[in-house]
Design a protein around this ligand. Structure first.
Ligand SMILES: O=c1ccn([C@H]2C[C@H](O)[C@@H](COP(=O)(O)OP(=O)(O)OP(=O)(O)O)O2)c(=O)[nH]1
Ligand SMILES: [Mg+2]
Length: 153
């Protein structure tokens, strides 16, 4: 495991009191759960999407890192609560509030409670590419074969 200290700003004074600060649930957890920093419970009807604040701003600051916001498996599988953008990508230079787009892709309404853990955030390494323009590639085993070219399609 590698550790990294990141700057974070608390934008809502309920964070750390009535709404817990994000934490890794176990030593082996890859993600930190993000909580809904709502004023009141929010009901998402089937098909509805809402942008939910977290009350936190994170400045990753290192272009070699990014954060990804991912659904929580239980909410997604059992209740159809996933992300309106499918995956959220947090740039290392973003300094605004972390927001979670919650989408009820299910067919029953779901009420997000104040402080509920709605998604999880994972810190990931990033490599920025430089591009070298070439006219041809040295042929690989796959070549240009895609979409099922190695088997069933
Ligand atoms: O789930 C998310 C996704 C993004 N962001 C913030 C952090 C990210 O750095 C910024 C921009 O996100 P992205 O680049 O994915 O969105 P865009 O539509 O390309 O907007 P922009 O033109 O601002 O880059 O919005 C969130 O708070 N939550
Ligand atoms: Mg962008």
């Amino acid at each position: 495991m590698s550790k990294k200290t990141l700057q974070v700003r608390v934008l809502d004074d309920r964070i750390g009191t009535t709404i817990p600060f994000p934490e890794y649930a176990t030593d082996g957890s890859a993600g930190l759960d993000l909580r809904a920093c709502l004023e009141a419970p929010l009901t998402l009807e089937p098909g509805q999407t809402a942008l939910i604040p977290t009350g936190l701003a994170l400045h990753i600051g290192d272009p070699g890192l990014a954060a990804m916001i991912l659904p929580r498996s239980g909410l997604g599988h059992k209740h159809g609560i996933v992300l309106g953008n499918l995956v959220g990508l947090i740039d290392s230079d973003y300094q605004g509030e972390l927001m979670v787009s919650c989408w009820n892709r299910g067919n029953t309404s779901f009420t997000v409670t104040v402080g509920e853990r709605i998604a999880q955030m994972v810190l990931v390494p990033v490599v920025q590419a430089d591009f070298e323009l070439v006219s041809d590639f040295q042929t690989s085993a796959r070549g240009a074969g895609g979409f099922g070219s190695t088997g069933r399609h």
